[in-house]
Structures are given as structure tokens and as C-alpha cells.
Design a protein around this ligand. Sequence first.
Ligand code: NAP
Length: 345
Amino acid sequence: MPKSPVRIAVVGGGYGAKVPLPVLCDLDEFEPVAVWSRRSERAAQLAEEHGLPLGTDDIERLLGHPDLEAVHVATPVATHAEIAIAAAQRGLHVLCEKPLAADLAQAREVTAAIEQAGVIGVVNYGRRFQQTRERLLQRIAEVVGTPRMVSISLVFDDHAEPGSRPFTWVQDAALGGGRLQGYGVHDLDLLIEAFGEIEAVAAATEVGVSEREAPDGTPRTVTAEDGYVIVVRFRDGGLGQISLTATARHKRGDVIEVYGSQGTVRLDADKCLHWARAGEELHSEGPLTANSKEAYARVARNFFAAIRDGAPAHPGLVEALRIQALLDAVHRADDERRWVEPEPI
Ligand SMILES: NC(=O)c1ccc[n+]([C@@H]2O[C@H](COP(=O)([O-])OP(=O)(O)OC[C@H]3O[C@@H](n4cnc5c(N)ncnc54)[C@H](OP(=O)(O)O)[C@@H]3O)[C@@H](O)[C@H]2O)c1
């Protein structure tokens, strides 16, 4: 018997409308039935475009939609917890954007609400399913051994000019903005997937472009980082660094280098992957792909399998809490200018 599709609502008219909504509409496993935006006209337009019965700016109305089974929460980070908890308390399964919440304490509250309601919780750490990163993780497992030095370097130019992006929650630390929530959490996820526990972190963040205009033209001060450097010490030995600038004048593809006790893996900016065991010449493959919609479809299918088949939720809440603990440690290390050990999960 084919399993019935999961009736789902998308909360968020930004990324939520760009990737999750069209992907969920294409997947047989889901039946999108409602969408939320802060602006009612945008919600109505999205509902019409995708043939959904409901487009609304009223979150309670969305969560109370008849026979709704699940939500994808894609709103500013500081608002995830309230929406995810409200959804779980109504018995809805929750697929939440990363990071799960504004901090570890809030993320634990979301986890508790989901567990108490007996619903499924998945967090969209889908970047690990992009072909570049998935192949990188496979090669690391095959050839690297224990890590000696790992480097992840991201370079973007999209925040270089004051006018290149308006001031939104992304530039507002109080709403959970910043590039750490955008990209840093995916790279912390990659390190945990590849090498397990991180013992301690040191970090520095920077606001490179400090003034931007809100969409209504009001000048605003940027409080959330557009650049950072994180240094990590793995529990089983080895060091790593993660860096990002969003204000470069010339962007470049992600470069990830892993030098281990048994071998080497390197992803170059052209998406070509190179790897070898000690004593071998480097093998190469690529260019590989890094498709966001394909990666999200993997997360969504896992969500479906957890709901309908009882499969493990993946990426699940424990993984999300580990990353959240590291993110808290990174912020504390930056604020207090010292090494910080993440809270154990
Ligand atoms: N997994 C990924 O690859 C990925 C990529 C991008 C973003 N994300 C995540 O998706 C989430 C949303 O990011 P986004 O880029 O989609 O943001 P966004 O476009 O700025 O906003 C998303 C939604 O929240 C609403 N919103 C904006 N500011 C708000 C505020 N101050 N209070 C309440 N609602 C507000 C927006 O309203 P309007 O509809 O009126 O605009 C929109 O519906 C974040 O958690 C982010 O980390 C994930």
C-alpha cells in the first residue's frame, strides 16, 4: 500500500518559499497545504502560485489548519523556538531550519516539547547532503585516519557594499542573525560528522560593513557578524579552523582541506575533490555539484521516513543540540576572548 503523503505547512516566505516549498510540492511524500508570510499579500500570492488552500500571516490559523500533520519552520532564528514549540504542542511534526534555536537553553526547550508531544523533530542541516560535502565525508572516512589539521574557508562578496543587502534580521544579532547562523553551523556540523567530538573552541567575529539601510530607507547599525574565524581542538587530537568573510571583493568557492594521520582530502574552489592515502599520488574527481534543492529533498525524505516508517530522524535533535552547544561556545569564546569547552550533550 502506498503511504499517504504528509500534509505540511511552510512557515516563512524567504528561503522557505525559495527551496522547501517548491521541493515539497514536487515530492510524492508531501502534500503542502499552507504557507505563512509576515505579509498577507505575499502569503496569498505564494499559496496561489503553488495551489495551496491557505496562505496566511496568522500563525495560529496556519497551525490550526484542518488535518495538518507537519510544519517546516523557516523564520528568523530567534523565532524558531516559539513556533516549533507551538507546533509540537498541537501534535505537529517539526522540520526546523538550522540552528534549531537562538541558544542551547532554547534548543533544549524545543527538544523537550517535541519529545513530550511524541512527534518527529528534524533540523535542516542539509548542506552535508550536497554532493561536494557528502563525497568529502566519504573520502575522509576512507583515507584520513585521525585529523591533524583541518581547514574550511568560505569567501563571499554579497555583503561587501552597504547597499548590497538591506538591513534585515540577518544583520541583527538580537534576532539570531549573522553568518555563523548562515554558514558556520553547517561547517561545525561537517566537523562533527567527520571527526566526532570537539573539546574546545576559540573564536573571533567581525562586522566589516557596519551601516545598512532597512527596506524603508532608515539607516541601521549592523550588530551581527559578517566574518569570523573559529579554531577547534578535537577531543581525539588534531586542530581545525573555520573561516568566512562575506565582504570580500572577489568571491571564491568553498575550500576544505583535511590532513590526517593516514591521508589527505581536499575540496577545491572549483568543486573538484582530491584524496589519497599516505604514499599515494592524489586521486581526483569532479567538478561535483552543490545543489540546495537536492540536498533539501534528502532532508525532507528523511523526515517523511521518520514520520511514516519510524526511521531515525536525521539530521535529528541530538545532532542539532551538539551544534547548538558549539555555537554557544563560539559566541562565548569570541565575547570573552578565551578557549571555551562546549556544554556536553
Ligand atoms: N538551510 C539552508 O540552506 C538555509 C538557507 C537560507 C536560510 N535558512 C534559514 O531559514 C530561516 C529564514 O531565513 P530567510 O533567509 O528565509 O529569512 P527571511 O527571508 O528574511 O525571512 C523569512 C521569513 O520570516 C519573516 N520575517 C523576517 N523578519 C522577521 C521578523 N523580524 N520577525 C518575524 N518574521 C520575520 C519573513 O517575512 P516576509 O515573508 O514578510 O518577508 C519571511 O516570511 C533561518 O533560520 C535561516 O537560517 C536556511
